[in-house]
Design a binder for this molecule. Structure first.
Ligand code: CTP
Length: 395
């Protein structure tokens, strides 16, 4: 999958840069072309000569070549690349990438890049967990950049914690998966739903649920990063995505979500319904604010249409993936939902499992299909999303 691919490798001033020549060697062994770009301080941690030797290309740092003053064209570099991987990404470069600062060749190339950008943060644990670093990482992800999650372990400072750059072997593997998925998903169009729905009671009140939308947004981004076009139908959530492959339709109620889904369903290759749709809505919406009067108040509710089941009945050759949130008899109920809603797979999560479900950054899910149930470990939602995308191409 990597053979013949043009890989631009950005290297920042972080101690993990000492692993860069090994990473380049692994990529070259796979048959890739590799062009290294260093930030001005990266040479303190790895020599440009070593990188030029293993990549068989001159290593670039400056906007111009020192010998004759000709331009190292960042736009041409960005256009040349099939993928841009910045490893290690220092805290400083993360901040520049997130805010659009542009004071070196690496960053100028990043701002010009239209190819997928992967970034592998590497820094000490306190720098990594600083709110500004975490917020910069989220910002980059919302731009569609792909996080190569750092590992936890022994750090150069002597401390132990999260902040180790992903190992070169794992990064090669991640790139292989990226190219494999891109080959299958390029040109495909997927519908993803995310977040809760709110069902209005009166002009100031609603019935809702605690869904944050994180899982659905992560899936939309993972699909888009793999080259698919995505229509994301999102209920009320604070999340935003700016990936150019994602078109977001914002809705509030289940009926609006149904309309939005029906409008795109005939055109898509598949749908992933991660939204937590309200099963019932108030039968009538009071036109004015309901005033407090008696000691009790009864709301008459009426059933919402089951969007997943509606799409399941309509499907021609679309693949359908539903979610199920259960508190008991989880697998049995998930299999029933898969069959009743004509879904190809159900992503099952149980609220009883720690770190799973609503309002968390992690999820522990089970992939349920006709052939059985595959359980995945507790993972960040972005990683769960990547696994789901890998699975849907095999459906
Ligand atoms: N779903 C839907 N429309 C609804 C309710 C649910 O499309 N009105 C979808 C959800 O997006 C999810 C799947 O159906 O993909 C299962 O949702 P879940 O809430 O677990 O199950 P329900 O079918 O609502 O059944 P119950 O609440 O009784 O478990």
């Amino acid at each position: 999958m990597i053979r013949g691919k043009r890989i631009l490798l950005g290297i920042c001033g972080s101690i993990a840069a000492y692993k860069a020549p090994h990473f380049v060697r692994l990529l070259k062994k796979e048959g890739a072309e590799v062009q290294c770009i260093l930030t001005p301080d990266a040479h303190l941690f790895v020599t440009p000569t070593a990188l030029a030797t293993v990549s068989q290309r001159p290593c670039l740092t400056e906007f111009t070549k020192s010998e004759d003053g000709t331009w190292n064209n960042h736009v041409a570099l960005a256009e040349w690349a099939d993928v841009f991987i910045i490893a290690p990404t220092s805290a400083n470069t993360l901040a520049k990438m997130a805010t659009g600062r542009c004071d070196n060749l690496l960053i100028a190339t990043y701002l010009s890049a239209k190819c997928p950008v992967h970034f592998a943060p590497a820094m000490d644990l306190d720098m990594y967990r600083h709110p500004s670093t975490l917020s910069n990482i989220s910002t980059l992800q919302s731009f569609g950049n792909i996080l190569l999650e750092p590992g936890t372990g022994f750090l150069a400072s002597g401390l132990e914690g999260k902040g180790r750059m992903m190992e070169p072997e794992e990064m090669v593997n991640s790139l292989k998966i990226h190219f494999e998925l891109a080959q299958q998903l390029n040109g495909q169009h997927w519908l993803v739903t995310a977040g809760p729905t709110y069902e209005n009671i009166d002009p100031v009140r609603f019935i809702g649920n605690y869904s944050s939308g994180k899982m659905g947004f992560a899936i939309a981004e993972a699909l888009a990063q793999s080259g698919a076009k995505v229509t994301l139908v999102a209920g009320p959530t604070e999340l935003e995505t700016h990936h150019p492959n994602i078109q977001t339709i914002k809705i509030t109620t289940a009926l609006q979500m149904l309309d939005a889904c029906l409008s795109v369903f005939p055109k898509v290759n598949g749908v992933i319904k991660a939204a937590a749709v309200a099963d019932y809505r108030p039968e009538t919406i009071a036109p004015e604010k309901v005033k407090k009067s008696s000691d009790t108040l009864t709301l008459q509710l009426t059933k919402n249409p089951d969007i997943l089941a509606t799409l399941g009945k309509m499907k021609t050759n679309q693949k359908i993936v539903g979610f199920a949130l259960e508190t008991e008899n989880a697998l049995e109920y998930a299999q029933q939902k898969r069959i009743n809603k004509h879904a190809d797979a159900i992503v099952l999560n149980s609220l009883k499992e720690e770190g799973a479900g609503f309002q968390t950054d992690t999820n522990r899910v089970h992939w349920v299909t006709e052939s059985g149930c595959e359980s995945w470990p507790l993972l960040p939602k972005e990683e769960v999303a990547k696994l789901i995308v890998q699975k849907i191409v095999s459906l």
